[in-house]
Design a protein around this ligand. Structure first.
Ligand SMILES: Nc1ncnc2c1ncn2[C@@H]1O[C@H](COP(=O)(O)OP(=O)(O)OP(=O)(O)O)[C@@H](O)[C@H]1O
Ligand SMILES: [Mg+2]
Length: 382
């Protein structure tokens, strides 16, 4: 049996602090303090060779789940010390479901970890060292909601199998693993209980089903309207926050099996992005479309400048499309910028500067755009 962490020398256990990890992750993932902290603590434990519970991240589309996973990968790669100690793989849950159909449940994960370990330690590394890395790996399962066991009343066989496949790996002290040919073939038992699993999904529709449960469904009346006084006006408002009402049962009903969910110690909700966060993501985000536009205009000999008021107007417009999360910024900004991309002379000053201010943005967005219809009954979505 290959031990998970027990054979790591003590020196290798000195791990970065959660605060340092959170700071690094926070450079890529803006806002989402809770998710970043949760991930930082889990990573600190994992890198320190201490057992840590698996994490399930739930958050609307475009709120930073995949960004967070990528941030962890870059964090681990950035420092040669941690890079040498960590073996990370990221899967799209659908790929796991497909691999499961080919009849090798779970093995695809182990095989990828083994390959990753070989990349890190080199082709000459002894098999025992590689297998130790496998049993202490970090596995991201993205879009885990795509392996739900049913969609509506229809069973989703591939989803059921994929959840079962993961079940065989999570917290299992002896998983038979058929080694690939390059590793000599044969079956070895793997202790996978030290593998840290982080799964993430948008769980589209979960918000609405929980909202319905506490307003018109089984728990009708649980969510009470509150009286809000604003600008001298008094009105009744339903203030619904998923985190206050989400129960494991809601996730079972969504199609995640109780056994599968039981393997996740923490369910972490990512917040929907508000105007403040969207503003920051637009200006400071690692792959912000503003930055890309700056590069484009620079290549045309123009310096792009955008006023804070224009930025805020764009962020406000993006916030009207919560289903897209930060991706709405790209959509909104594209509408604003496309004419200037073709003909910058409209706003270009003689010195080669191109200034976009609020009126220019307003001119394009004034009509309201695709988000203009508002958010209907979910106006207080958070
Ligand atoms: N919290 C955030 N901080 C920085 N950038 C973000 C954040 N959230 C979203 N983005 C930006 O928005 C885009 C989409 O984000 P991401 O891929 O992380 O969304 P997601 O939560 O994985 O959504 P989906 O459920 O649709 O996969 C990325 O380009 C990313 O740069
Ligand atoms: Mg994603």
């Amino acid at each position: 049996m290959i031990g998970a962490m027990s054979t790591l020398p003590t020196a290798a256990r000195t791990a970065p602090t959660p605060a340092a990890i959170a700071q690094a992750l926070g450079r890529r993932v803006l806002g989402q303090t809770e998710a970043v902290r949760e991930m930082a603590v889990a990573l600190a434990k994992h890198l320190g060779g201490v057992h840590t519970g698996n994490i399930l991240l739930i958050g609307s589309s475009g709120t930073g789940k995949t960004t967070l996973m990528r941030a962890v990968e870059s964090f681990l790669e950035a420092d040669p010390g941690t890079a040498a100690r960590s073996t990370v793989v990221r899967f799209h849950a659908k790929v796991l479901a497909e691999a499961t159909e080919e009849g090798r449940p779970g093995e695809v994960v182990l095989r990828r970890l083994l390959e990753r370990a070989r990349e890190k330690l080199g082709a000459e590394a002894p098999l025992e060292a590689l297998l130790e890395r496998v049993s202490g790996g970090l596995v991201f399962v993205d879009e885990v909601d795509k392996i739900r066991s049913h969609v509506g009343d229809e069973l989703h066989a591939a989803g059921i199998r994929a959840q079962e496949a993961l079940l065989t790996l999570i917290e299992n002290e002896s998983v038979p693993f058929e080694l690939p040919e390059w590793a000599g073939g044969g079956v070895v038992p793997i202790d996978s209980s030290g593998i840290l699993f982080v799964a993430a999904g948008a769980f589209e529709g979960l918000y609405d089903s929980v909202f319905d449960r506490v307003t018109i469904g089984r728990d009708k009346g649980a969510l009470q309207a509150v009286t809000v006084v604003e600008g001298g006006e008094v009105r009744e408002e339903l203030q619904f926050h998923l985190r206050d009402w989400l129960r494991y049962d809601d996730l079972f009903e969504y199609g995640m099996s109780p056994q599968f969910l039981a393997r996740f110690d923490a369910v972490v909700l990512l917040a929907d992005l508000g105007v403040e966060e969207l503003t920051r993501i637009f200006v400071e985000g690692a792959d912000s479309s503003l930055e890309t536009a700056r590069e484009y205009f620079a290549s045309q000999g123009l310096e792009l400048a955008i006023s804070p008021a224009a930025v805020r107007r764009i962020a406000r417009e993006a916030a009207r499309q919560p289903r897209l999360g930060a991706r709405a910024l790209k959509e909104v900004f594209r509408r604003v910028i496309r004419d200037y991309e073709f003909d910058p002379s409209k706003v270009a000053a003689p010195g080669g500067a191109l200034l976009i201010d609020e009126p220019e943005v307003e001119k394009v967005l004034g009509g309201g755009g695709p988000g203009g219809a508002g958010q209907g009954k979910r106006a207080l979505r958070r």
